[in-house]
Design a protein around this ligand. Structure first.
Ligand code: NAP
Length: 275
């Protein structure tokens, strides 16, 4: 299994918040692709993987975001490149997956992080276009990216893939029905694909973040009263940070997680998820 390749015994945890790459870090020599890697969780993941020694191709829809993220991480001494990629568009996905081998010679790691939520409110108020957009970007695009990237990983002797799901996949969030269903679908995607991918020496896992302080979740924490109410209902003492998630993603991509296959790790500060 690919997870056993490279230096064992380190997950990159010291570097996941960013900073200079660890000399001989657990992901040294690896090439990683990160979608939605220009802000929030994705940007922290790109920093974490690069800090653990990987060369990282990060991406998102908007060129200024890509340029800013690449500039920010290069200024920290990290080896990163950027590509504009809207994961809902097949040509855009293909462009991203072609670019990484052209730039760095192959692909060993994929973090599928992009998601949208265009509707808030009762699930039955969401129209068909909203359901289709949510499933196209959040679920179908993840499956298609995995399909594209696996042949590249096989050329390298295997790889590791992490899908970013959500606590909402286990416990649907109020007013976020279609989004929650899409995140539950990702839990199923991991279970369905992990055995196929294991046979091809690719480890597939997921993370399920709770409430993480990013632009995406601002409606749940910007207003102090709302934040207190949400934290109390979740039973958490603080909001999560993008680095909290990046630490776990970096671990799942590392040789330290060689025996973790087809799992979803909840990163939610103790918020109830499942037995
Ligand atoms: P964020 O800080 O708002 O960042 C969103 C990122 O997604 C940006 O880089 C954005 O860049 C990119 N993006 C949006 N649509 C895209 C598309 N179609 N194709 C490619 N990139 C796209 O969000 P976040 O909170 O870090 O969320 C990241 C992931 O974590 C999502 O899958 C989300 O569901 C999951 N999550 C978040 C939380 C939370 O509390 N924040 C909890 C559980 C799960 P551009 O605008 O340049 O495209």
């Amino acid at each position: 299994m690919w997870g056993a390749v490279g230096r064992a015994g380190g997950s990159g945890l010291r570097s996941a918040a960013g900073g200079s790459p660890l000399p001989g870090g657990p992901l040294a020599g690896k090439v990683a692709v990160v979608t939605a890697g220009t802000q929030g969780i994705g940007l922290a993941v790109a920093a974490g993987l690069a800090g653990a020694g990987a060369r990282v191709v990060l991406s998102s829809r908007r060129a200024p975001h890509v340029e800013a993220a690449v500039g920010q991480l290069r200024a920290q001494g990290l080896e990163v490149s950027g590509v504009v990629c809207h994961v809902g568009q097949p040509h855009s996905r293909q462009g991203l997956i072609q670019k990484a081998p052209e730039t760095y010679g192959g692909i060993d790691i994929l973090v599928s992080n992009a998601a949208v939520n265009p509707v808030l409110g009762p699930a039955l108020d969401a129209d068909e276009a909203a359901w289709e957009k949510i499933f196209q970007v959040n679920v179908t695009a993840a499956a298609m990216l995995i399909k594209l990237v696996v042949p590249h990983m096989e050329k390298r002797g295997g790889g590791a893939i992490v899908v970013v799901s959500s606590l909402a996949g286990y416990l649907p969030f109020p007013a976020l029905g279609p989004y929650s269903v899409s995140k539950a679908a990702l839990l199923g995607l991991v279970k369905a694909l992990a055995p196929e991918l294991r046979a091809r020496r690719v480890r597939l896992n997921a993370v399920a973040p709770g409430l993480i302080q990013t632009r995406f979740s601002a409606a749940l924490w910007e207003d102090e009263a709302t934040r207190q109410r949400v934290m109390s209902s979740m039973g958490i003492e603080r909001l999560g940070t993008p680095s909290d998630v990046a630490e776990v993603v970096t671990f799942l991509c590392s040789p330290a997680a060689a025996y973790v296959v087809g799992e979803t790790l909840v990163v939610a500060g103790g918020a109830p998820s499942r037995l």
